[in-house]
Design a protein around this ligand. Structure first.
Ligand code: PSV
Ligand code: MN
Length: 381
């Protein structure tokens, strides 16, 4: 039953979505923004409180560095959420100008690897089972460094991290076409990520950040392929019009999100083994409602994907009836699933309209008046 499937959906929100963010031109400060990881978790708990499907929060280290991670995990539990994926960060230190794990200097490589291992230590302390690895590594100019040697260095670092993982832990390797490197990127696409993960074993999987592809890339094909190979670890959901825009998922292309969710369901990926994470920044819109809206967008795309009449679709496909097959897809996509989701929320004891319920809750006024003084958390802190 569709409602049952939707009830068990889980979407992870990122701690950094609650902090100030912007572009390289300007970071706009907003009122009530968290000043530390504890306050970020409190905000994330609001998203779960009003949607009922966002019980975990991804951390980014060192942005969410604290003295006592077990205490942070306790605080999360008190708020009604848990700590999700640990995101490593080997891109914001002066030493990483020419790369991190693929840097030509072994001293820098060692430092980067030590950070990745530290992230696994944090997983142990917080009970997190997922490490997310994204490397900004690459080059800007032809000849700058040896492309092949950088792959060797990458493989060596990944193997060392893999070795350190516990039995119930895994890492997700994230690819991205370009930025900040503009000539070569060391993990530019799903094929590169897949090849490295395949070599290492089942605890290494690929994560698809929906903003990390060349325009026109068929992301649902990648999803179908990786699921078939047991290598799709999860998603960093967001939407993009141009490059890695990190806008709200489902805002730019809700139809694409529907097609992705259809392949997830079709490929058996609609389980707790796939991490459905948001990786977004709310530069100009309020952050907590931005996350609530994003969670709702994923829910709507999922509901529509669940509505696809798979039998009718398969029959049309077998018969080579192109138009009937396409109609089976479009009928589902064109269904208004908002009443169904409102009904589900009521059954879950939630307000049918999470955006309005949050607005009425008074939480924003509370944080706007209470969180005075101290430095607001922002991208990079
Ligand atoms: C890189 O662009 C990325 O998608 C990675 O997931 C980083 O950890 C994240 O953005 C930082 O916002
Ligand atoms: Mn990402």
């Amino acid at each position: 039953m569709i409602k049952e499937e939707l009830r068990r959906q889980r979407i992870e929100t990122p701690s950094w979505a609650y902090g100030n963010s912007g572009t390289r031109f300007k970071v706009f400060a907003q009122k009530g923004v968290p000043r530390d990881p504890y306050e970020k978790l409190a905000d994330a708990a609001q998203v779960h409180r009003f949607t009922g499907v966002a019980p975990t929060v991804a951390l980014h280290i060192p942005w969410d560095k604290v003295d006592d991670y077990a205490d942070l995990a306790r605080h999360a539990a008190e708020q009604g959420v848990r700590i999700g994926a640990i995101n490593s960060n080997v891109f914001q230190d002066d030493d990483y100008m020419l790369g991190s794990v693929t840097h030509p200097d072994p001293v820098v490589r060692k430092k980067a690897l030590a950070h990745l291992i530290e992230c696994v230590d944090i997983m142990d302390q917080t009970g997190s089972d997922t490490l997310k690895l994204w490397f900004s590594d690459g080059t800007n100019y032809p000849g700058q460094d040896d492309i092949r040697a950088r792959q060797d260095r990458l493989a060596e670092a990944l193997a060392a991290v893999y070795e350190r993982l516990g039995d119930d832990q895994r890492f997700l390797l994230e690819y991205k076409l370009f930025e900040p490197a503009f000539y070569t990127t060391d993990v530019p696409d799903w094929g590169t990520a897949y090849a490295h993960c395949l070599k290492l074993g089942p605890k290494a999987q690929v994560v698809v950040d929906t903003g990390h592809h060349a325009p026109g890339t068929n992301i649902e094909f990648i999803v179908a392929f990786l699921l078939r190979e047991g290598k799709l670890g999860g998603f960093d959901f967001n939407s993009r019009f141009y490059a890695d825009d990190d806008l709200m998922v489902g805002a730019a292309d809700p139809f694409q999100l529907f097609r992705i969710m259809y392949e997830v369901i079709r490929g058996g990926g609609y389980t707790e083994d796939t991490a459905f994470m948001l990786d977004q920044c709310h530069n100009i819109e309020p952050k907590i409602p931005g996350q609530i809206r994003s969670v709702m967008n994923v829910q709507e795309a999922t509901a529509k994907a669940l509505l696809v009449d798979r039998e009718a679709l398969a029959a049309a496909q077998r018969a080579g009836d192109v138009l009937a097959a396409n109609a089976a897809f479009m009928d589902a996509y064109n269904t208004d699933v908002r009443p169904l989701l409102a009904e589900l929320r009521e059954e879950m004891g939630l307000d049918p309209d999470p955006m309005a319920a949050y607005a009425r809750s008074g939480y924003f006024d509370k944080i706007a008046t209470e969180r005075i003084g101290g430095a607001q958390a922002g991208w990079g802190a």
